[in-house]
Design a protein around this ligand. Structure first.
Ligand code: SF4
Length: 331
């Protein structure tokens, strides 16, 4: 099925200008944009990845990672290929930069699979693995069907999208995990070929409309400056101090050979972030305490061991020990 892309302008001499993300690619006839997913066919922009699914699996919701959104449940997870950022440390580069095999799954089929996955404790559908923003048209068409079935829709995204398409997408989202890769423009420019500001806008807009969690991959000598982590945490707390922050351990991948982030750096970063935020987790390594505690009485709410999750102190959105209302911790 040929699907016309949304948010583009036709220019002279068969050129098109894509307006989905801040790159605003100018695309000549027969060529594609930076993300490889949008192709100019005779002056019309086509969503070339529409219905092309490269990965499909049933995952624990904690794997997204989402720790405060239906903990202990699973979610059907789908991804395609490509990305609109070019991070030199990409931890998922085979799917993102390679040419994986794909199968055609139309939106109705995917929504039906999500419906069937309820028998395995699934709450709905997540678009993840590669960058979902560049799957925009497929996601919107599927999202409408998911909402008709009263299932949950989740995105795991780099947040690099223009405001207008974001506003069209937000009403369908129940939760999003957004990567804030660093809290400085130079990092985005130098290592990701992008910019921080649009990502900040996505976080701010999404936080008013759906459940939001943030992931930051901490890389030695690149974004492990504690003052930068402090500034990011302050900014997030200004939006909502209950937003969970996942500080994730970097491992050498793609064009980066630097050794994995020391555990001590992640622990220090966590301590800094905890001065401002109520829920800070350390991911991608064994060992750290990643339980959720009540911000009021510090009682244990959710116990985690890897992807094994046990709800121990939570009842109908309240702390069992002190009765504190915890609407952010959906279960
Ligand atoms: S979505 Fe793709 S084609 Fe469109 S501006 Fe972004 S990178 Fe370019």
């Amino acid at each position: 099925m040929v699907k016309e892309a949304q948010f583009y302008e036709s220019l002279d001499e068969g050129l098109v200008k894509c307006g989905l993300c801040p790159h605003h690619c100018l695309i000549k006839a027969g060529q594609h944009g930076l993300c490889r997913s949008r192709i100019n066919k005779n002056g019309q922009l086509i969503a070339a990845n529409y219905s092309k699914v490269a990965s499909l699996a049933l995952d624990p919701i904690e794997k997204k990672p989402l720790y405060h959104f239906y903990p202990g449940k699973t979610i059907l997870s789908a991804g395609t290929f490509g990305c609109n950022l070019s991070c030199r440390f990409c931890q998922n580069h085979i799917l993102v930069h390679g040419q994986p095999d794909t199968q055609l799954i139309e939106p109705q089929q995917l929504a039906d699979l999500a419906w069937k996955s309820r028998q395995y404790e699934s709450i709905g559908l997540a678009f993840t693995y590669n960058e979902p923003i560049i799957w925009y048209e497929y996601i919107l068409d599927t999202a409408r069907l998911i909402k008709e079935k009263d299932l949950k829709l989740v995105l795991v995204s780099n947040g690099y999208i223009e405001d207008k398409p974001l506003q069209h997408l937000l009403p369908y989202l129940d939760a999003i995990n957004i990567d804030v890769k660093a809290f400085n423009e130079d990092f985005y420019k130098k290592l990701c070929r992008g910019s921080l500001k649009p990502v900040m806008n996505t976080v701010e807009q999404a936080a008013c409309r759906c459940h939001v969690e943030i992931t930051s991959l901490i890389i030695p000598h690149e974004n492990d400056n504690m003052e930068e982590i402090r500034e990011m945490s302050k900014w997030l707390a200004g939006i909502n101090p209950f937003i969970p922050l996942h500080l994730s351990r970097y491992h050498p991948a793609y064009k980066f050979k630097e050794e994995a982030t020391p555990a001590s750096t992640l622990e220090q970063a966590r301590q800094v972030a905890q001065e401002y935020l109520k829920h800070v987790f350390v991911g991608n390594m064994p060992g750290p305490d990643n339980n959720s505690y009540c911000p009021e009485c510090e009682g244990l709410l959710v116990k985690r061991d890897g992807y094994y999750t046990q709800i121990v102190g939570l009842e109908q959105g309240r702390c069992k020990a002190c009765g504190q209302d915890l609407p952010c911790l959906l279960s």
